[in-house]
Design a protein around this ligand. Structure first.
Ligand SMILES: Nc1ncnc2c1ncn2[C@@H]1O[C@H](COP(=O)(O)OP(=O)(O)OP(=O)(O)O)[C@@H](O)[C@H]1O
Length: 396
């Protein structure tokens, strides 16, 4: 569901950006989202708090089902009626929780925009790309069609679409996958948003195109002066792009901090496992080590730390209560682990998961090319199978 093709909303034409009242663009405090289902409540997001500064790029990472998308949908007000949202989401000091779908239109597609994984979610196949951009712009600006068309062409050029005049007159199916995603990025920035939420924006693309799209996204932070919330399960994406990273597990934040610090000195065993389990071109010669077991059921969470059943550092105390997200001594770096100090003393933390080692990454670039979809750390059997296939091909 997207607001980008909602051409009928003329009430907000002429809406202007307000002066910032706070340095923080977005302040999320104690956000929880439950879904009522026939089998019981799904605690999809649990007590999540974070903030995002102007022009900051925040990466939200975690396995499938960890609550990344539901958190962002809560910000966009795009959750179904079955969702019970509690806590606070302030956008430039304005409370979003409790606003109606209609009231949130003032923000969606305008001050806050979203880029989805599948470009066709945001592009309508029956209109030309230029027309869709033109109308998305006119939905929030009182300008002539000609002026909005010029703006559409200009925005296509900004996101790196060659011959934007000609391309604007084409339909989405005439674009390649990468070009379509660029068009979606154009759609997301045409109204000069302050916040762009990108939910797995490159997952459906091949590796080379992924890199180009990420570069484009980064350049629009400067061009469009917007903050970006990047949701991904691909740590490679996060490493090259974000300022800060937030790791989610079992519906809540388990580690957060500056991206280099979290990657170099993770203080939550889950992050260590995540870093060691995903094929990545920078991991030449490194061991591919999946985390054993599966994420917890969000209906029946364990009493203590939600990672305890999979954690190599687990002690009896870990099963008694969920630890708070506590500072680890470095500015802005926090972890939800009572054993973080112990972890800090471990010489090579990746070895904690070494018993599950399934292979040495000898040609990681090729592996990533071959297995771009292989991002679920629980796909152990699939990793083994594909590595075996690769080896036998190389041997033949
Ligand atoms: N409408 C819904 N009704 C019930 N449960 C839901 C609903 N939407 C999401 N969930 C559940 O909420 C949990 C968190 O989902 P979410 O989509 O946020 O995960 P995610 O981390 O973004 O995963 P992915 O990378 O697969 O998108 C999942 O267990 C999911 O099944």
């Amino acid at each position: 569901m997207s607001d980008f093709t909602d051409f009928g909303d003329t009430a907000l034409k002429g809406t202007t950006r307000q002066d910032p009242t706070t340095d923080m663009l977005l302040e999320v405090d104690d956000l929880s989202v439950d879904f009522g289902t026939e089998d019981g409540a799904v605690h999809a997001v649990r007590n999540v708090s974070f903030s995002l500064g102007q022009r900051e790029v925040l990466g939200i990472v975690g396995e499938s089902g960890s609550g990344k998308s539901v958190s962002s949908m809560a910000i966009m007000g795009l959750l179904p009626k079955t969702a019970k949202v509690t806590g606070s989401i302030k956008f430039q000091g304005e409370q979003l929780v409790g606003l109606t779908y209609k009231q949130l239109r003032k923000y969606r597609g305008n001050r806050i925009s979203m880029i989805f994984q599948d470009p066709m979610t945001s592009l309508n196949p029956v209109y030309t790309v230029g027309y869709q951009l033109q109308e998305a712009y006119r939905a929030h600006h009182d300008v002539s069609k000609a002026a909005a068309w010029s703006k559409a062409v200009e925005t296509l050029a900004l996101v790196g679409i060659p011959q934007p005049d000609r391309r604007a007159k084409q339909y989405p199916h005439e674009f390649s996958g990468g070009m379509r995603q660029r068009a979606v990025i154009a759609m997301s920035i045409i109204n000069d948003p302050e916040l762009i939420i990108a939910d797995e924006p490159t997952t459906a693309l091949d590796v080379t195109v992924q890199a180009q799209i990420l570069e484009t996204l980064l350049s629009i932070r400067d061009e469009a002066n917007a903050a970006i919330m990047m949701i991904t399960h691909d740590l490679g994406v996060v490493a090259g792009m974000v300022d800060r990273v937030q790791v989610m597990y079992g519906g809540t934040i388990v580690e957060t901090g500056g991206v280099d610090e979290v990657f170099e000195t993770p203080r939550m065993p889950y992050t260590v496992g995540l870093l060691g389990s995903i094929p990545n071109p920078t991991l030449l010669g490194r061991r591919l080590t999946p985390i054993k077991g599966a994420p917890p059921s969000l209906m029946n969470l364990p009493t203590g730390c939600s990672f305890s059943p999979r954690c190599p550092l687990v002690t009896d105390e870990c099963y008694t209560a969920e630890p708070p997200l506590a500072p680890t001594g470095h500015s802005g770096h926090s972890a939800r682990c009572i054993r973080w100090e112990h972890l800090a003393g471990v010489e090579d933390p990746r070895k904690l998961f070494a018993t599950e080692e399934i292979g040495v990454v000898e040609n990681p670039a090729a592996l990533v090319e071959e297995l771009p979809d292989l991002v679920q750390v629980e796909d152990v059997a699939e990793v083994e199978k594909r590595l075996d296939e690769q080896r036998s091909e190389e041997g033949s």
